[in-house]
Design a protein around this ligand. Structure first.
Ligand code: ZN
Length: 377
């Protein structure tokens, strides 16, 4: 299974998710219909190709479409059994123990190695904070110039992270969408590649490795359900593709039900889910403590809704007071995560009503509490 040769060029034909038009490896959206891109073929899983001695996501290097030139030791995070009243018993996947303290590092590692293989020297990205901090770190390690556009309301800790990793930090006043607009203007003006965690499908490949790790850590099986915070849907979509690969390999019979939790103040997917729609509902971006999922118009909204349906999962919302209560409950179990991560736990009670109280559920804890201190959003 180990691949021979081809150690620099990424083996990733990209296609449009909407019109199937082929795309260039450095395109960030379809040049014909502006739709988001996908891999022409998602990586397949083969347990014989796993490097058992490698305790990072590069244990799957022979299954991935990129070679490792830059790594900060991302992936292979602990899976911890928790019993927390009133949420019950679940598995917490400690994604906040990543090099930059958020789950984003998996996707960024794959994306940056892809860009490096294609000779990219400069990147731009817009982010509510975590993706920007992650890209700043990997770009710095890879010797790429990076400019990160963040909403001015992003947490001070995340902005500090972006700056100290050596990226140029641009704070954009107004809603989250204003940072995207400023970033796209910069990408269209200069030579920089738009290294978007929302648009680039290589980011999703990194998130697929969460599914593979869960399968390994649970002793060769899938949980009944996984509950994620839901903004751009990178984790949810990556889990889907990862478990589909395990199913295709005959290693799981039934992939887990996938659930997304959104903040009540910004819930375009939940509203669409409740109304049985195929596209997200247009919402106004409300204020919420869960700043990482303050996404009014998810780029891959249509894909997210299709995955929720295909996995027999769903979408639920949580009020900020419930998210903060979940954050406190996790912290008193010794797990200090940011409010965006606690949002998933806040949604767990509603999910249990759907999957049953005996179901085995995984909750990825996506970002460290140190990223959002003292009443910041
Ligand atoms: Zn297209």
């Amino acid at each position: 299974m180990r691949r021979l040769g081809g150690d620099t060029v990424t083996n990733t034909p990209l296609v449009c998710t909407r019109c199937q038009h082929p795309a260039h490896p450095l395109d960030w959206q379809c040049t014909r219909c502006q739709g988001p891109l996908a891999l022409g073929q998602w990586p397949a899983f083969d347990p014989r190709a796993v490097r058992q001695e490698e305790n990072t996501l590069w244990r799957y290097e022979d299954l991935l479409p990129v070679r490792r030139n830059v790594s900060l030791g991302e992936g292979f995070t602990p899976l911890v059994r928790c019993s927390i009243s009133p949420y019950g018993t679940f598995w917490a996947k400690l994604e906040f123990l990543a090099p930059t303290a958020s789950y984003k590092d998996r996707g960024t590692a794959i994306l940056v190695n892809h860009l490096v293989a294609h000779g990219v020297q400069e990147v731009v990205e817009d982010s509510s904070g975590n993706a920007g901090a992650s890209l700043a770190a990997y770009a710095g390690a890879a010797g790429l110039r990076a400019t990160i556009f963040v909403p001015a309301h992003a947490s001070a800790a995340k902005k500090r992270q972006i700056a100290i990793f050596g990226a140029r930090l641009v704070e954009v006043p107004g809603p989250r969408a204003a940072a995207t607009k400023a970033c796209l203007q910069a990408a269209n003006r200069g030579q920089a590649v738009y290294a978007s965690h929302a648009w680039n499908p290589l980011f999703l490949v990194g998130q697929m490795t969460v599914a593979w790790e869960l399968w390994e850590q649970l002793g060769g099986r899938a949980p009944d359900a996984v509950v994620c915070p839901l903004g751009q849907g990178g984790l949810l979509l990556g889990l889907w593709h990862g478990f589909q690969a395990l199913k295709a390999a005959g290693l799981v019979r039934q992939p887990p039900r996938l659930y997304g939790v959104q903040a009540a103040a910004c819930d375009p997917i939940v509203r669409a889910w409740e109304a049985g729609l195929a596209e997200p509902v247009v919402v106004t971006e409300g204020r919420t403590v869960a700043e990482g999922v303050r996404i009014a118009a998810p780029v891959r909204g249509r894909e997210i809704l299709a995955v929720l349906r295909a996995s027999k999962g769903g979408a639920v919302r949580a009020a900020d007071e419930d998210t903060l209560a979940a954050q406190k409950a996790l912290a008193q179990r010794g797990l200090f995560v940011e409010p965006t991560s606690a949002l998933a736990l806040a949604g767990l009670t509603a999910v249990r009503q759907h999957v049953g109280h005996q179901a085995e559920i995984v909750v990825p804890l996506t970002g460290s509490g140190l990223k959002a201190l003292s009443g910041e959003e």
